[in-house]
Design a protein around this ligand. Structure first.
Ligand code: MTE
Length: 314
């Protein structure tokens, strides 16, 4: 079954009013900065599949269909420990970060180590995706991302046949990121995926949010988005991607190994040691809703974990 058949059109699965509003919003925005409609990005060219509603994915598992979270919540309530543990202070503090020039390096078990700047990334096939996002703390949102599929970036470096894992490393800049002046976490913030998870078409390197450039507080200029995993896997301000032959540890595993595992797949059946993961509160709402297995993306990703004990590999 082809990938496109797994993804119902967003018009069928998102509240039609929300879908139409979104389309109007995207049409009204100037093209510059959108990262998804400039001709040189290859949209409509033979090299890139034409972006279509089929690229906007909120699987039809919750009734009524989940509305998009108002932008003010997604951009005003942020986890970004390099700045602060105060979620509402991050938006202001993150404005200090210098976002350009920015380079992304790919190294390790690859045939072609390389360095990409933001212009090179903007030339890759653009995608727009509406995804659920579930934080391990129990809040959630539904947001429209723009960016590229991570697999397109990794492919440029030509992974060696023994590459199994991918490690991501965020920026270190204590001068501009005041939270990094304290050992709140073991800096730099690091995350990792199995190579097959990293190459999955749902996994994005995002450059935009709500049709505009990614705001600093959401991880500009480049952040990972892995919608079936808890939000801490979606590392912000990525500068290094390294392919590895052995499974690495991650920042949160090192900080609290009993609480945060390597996989961190959203799973209502596996409680956090200090709270249940059965329910979540959508940002901007007061009523809890059930948390879905793999955050609603089971149809697309469950096969990756066949034979793996998800209670053990949390
Ligand atoms: N990336 C970096 N570099 N530093 C962080 O502190 N926090 C993570 C993740 N990525 C974090 C990070 C956590 S815990 C969450 S829930 C999400 O970012 C929050 O993303 P958002 O602010 O865009 O909602």
């Amino acid at each position: 079954m082809g990938w496109q058949y797994l993804i119902p059109p967003a018009s069928q699965i998102t509240d039609p009013k929300v879908f139409q509003q979104r389309r109007r919003l995207l049409q009204a925005l100037p093209l510059a900065g959108l990262g998804l409609a400039l001709p040189q990005l290859g949209q409509g060219s033979e090299a890139c599949p034409a972006p279509s509603a089929a690229h906007s994915i909120v699987p039809p598992i919750a009734e009524p269909a989940s509305p998009i979270t108002p932008k003010k919540y997604a951009t005003g309530y942020n986890n970004y420990y390099e700045f602060s543990t105060d979620k509402e202070a991050v938006r202001i503090l993150a404005r200090r970060l210098t976002l350009s020039p920015w380079e992304l390096t790919l190294s390790g078990a690859v045939a072609k180590p390389l360095t990409l700047d933001l212009d090179a990334i903007a030339k890759l096939c653009p995608v727009e995706r509406i995804y659920r996002f579930r934080c391990v703390e129990g809040w959630s949102m539904v947001v429209p991302w723009q960016g590229v599929m991570l697999k397109d970036i990794i492919a440029l470096a030509q992974p060696l046949s023994n590459a199994r894992y991918v490690r991501f490393r965020a920026i270190v800049n204590p001068k501009e990121m005041i939270g990094q002046r304290h050992p709140t976490l073991d800096w730099p913030y690091e995350e990792a995926l199995r190579l097959d998870e990293a190459m999955h078409p749902l996994t994005l390197l995002a450059t935009g949010l709500y049709g505009a450039s990614l705001p600093p507080q959401n991880g500009a200029p480049l952040r990972l988005v892995v919608p079936w995993k808890y939000g801490f896997k979606s590392i912000k301000a990525v500068q290094h991607i390294e392919l590895l032959t052995e499974q690495p540890t991650t920042t949160w595993q090192r900080a609290a190994p009993r609480e945060y595992g390597f996989y961190a797949n959203v799973n209502p059946e596996v409680a956090h040691p200090r709270w249940s993961q059965r329910r979540e509160v959508p940002l901007g709402q007061s009523r809890k809703q059930p948390t879905l297995m793999f955050n609603g993306y089971a149809e697309q990703v469950a096969h990756l974990y066949q034979g793996l004990d998800l209670q053990q590999h949390y």
